[in-house]
Design a protein around this ligand. Sequence first.
Ligand code: SIN
Length: 491
Amino acid sequence: MLTTESLVEFEQMKMFIDGEWKDAENTNTISVVNPSTGKTIGQIPNGGRSETRNAIEAAERAFKMWSNLTANERGDYLLKLRDLMHDNKQQLAEIMSMEMGKPFSEGQGEVVYAASFLAWFAEEGRRIYGETIPASSTNKRLIVTRQPVGVVAAITPWNFPLAMMTRKLGPALAAGCTGIVKPAKQSPISALAFAKLAELAGIPKGVINVVTGESGPIADEIFENKTVRKISFTGSTEIGKLLVSKSAAQLKRLSLELGGHAPFIVFEDADLELAATGAVASKYRNTGQTCVCANRVYVHRSVMERFSEILIQKVKELKVGNSLESGVQVGPLVSKEGLSKVEEHVKDALEKGARLLCGGRRMDGELADGNFYEPTVLTDVNRTMLVTREETFGPVAPLIPFDSEEEVLSEANDTDYGLAAYFYTENLSRAIRVSEALEFGIIGMNDAVPAVPQAPFGGMKESGIGREGGHQGLDEYLEDKFISLSFQTKK
Ligand code: SIN
């Protein structure tokens, strides 16, 4: 077993505001619980409106200086922070494992993934080009410049505590914005460790602030404070809709990366071994708790039996256990509520006629104190069952048979969500038809893990607004300013 002590002091964790480490004014704290063991690992300050206001004011004071740096100077800070993340990969991964249950090796992968957003946006920031537009008269020049939107707030989720933060802060800082981060209360320690690295990287005070605590008061201050010009949120569609209405009062810019309900389609001409490996990667990574996890696995009836056999074999080989233990591939669910939802979905499916191919129960024995659920595969699933209507957010793969391309496309698109979709085929014509017909922002074609910093990530329909990553991710933090310049052509 590994322990982590030096990046954060678990006994006495503090928020990072205006370059200083602070308690909540009321000295209240919130416990952070390790979902592998059920034990409290530390207390974070329960900050509220006043601390959030202080952080916003600090970001406002830092904005003038930070936005006046050259893109190269800002990029160099980001690259330094990237290097520090790499240097502290082990500790950052341990923290993630302990606070939200990500298997350690997956946590290491997330550190590298998170750091790659800093590198990508450090470079993209050097390419924030404006435009000159041909004028309608000879005595005019038309110029478009791009300026940072100002102070921004990043409200980040517990399932990717580091990567979702850098996917927002990377472009914000590269564009010249300053801001505050409100991490999820289940996984705030990663954000505090990241703030420590920002301090070590010499990023000037006030540029990055981290406020921990209950969401309500912090979000109220963020949405009501006029200094905040843009908010980026990753979380549920339900909260996303609430934030849209909150943002209306001041027409704040919003980016929303919300829920998904990804179809994973295995056509009869797929490479079944590849498809089963992909299904395991997509479904069970992060214990099924990603917005882009396969949630509905459609398999052509003619290959259902063979595909199920290969899949079950692979799922049974997955090692479940305490996230910090070496070799563990599937950790606990983040919370008791998450675990209950998985149980409810499986129970509902079985009551309505689904069959269990493997798994199907909460784990006991030495894992009984954690939120563990066996990696599960269900078959004979149909659209009356909760598993096909809602995001399960857990390690359950429901297999649904289909007979034609037309039928499966109509089923796959029959959802209010539109984040990610996957399909496996070796047929080129089908590959083009299906990738164009799926109504989702991200398509994995024979690819179960498509997200990379250089490509846009985001959803259609109720899965969100805006894109993160890619050059598009930077646009979200920039204002286009049109300057019409009239001058005298002759003296
Ligand atoms: C998410 O679940 O929203 C993030 C997944 C990823 O970036 O791969």
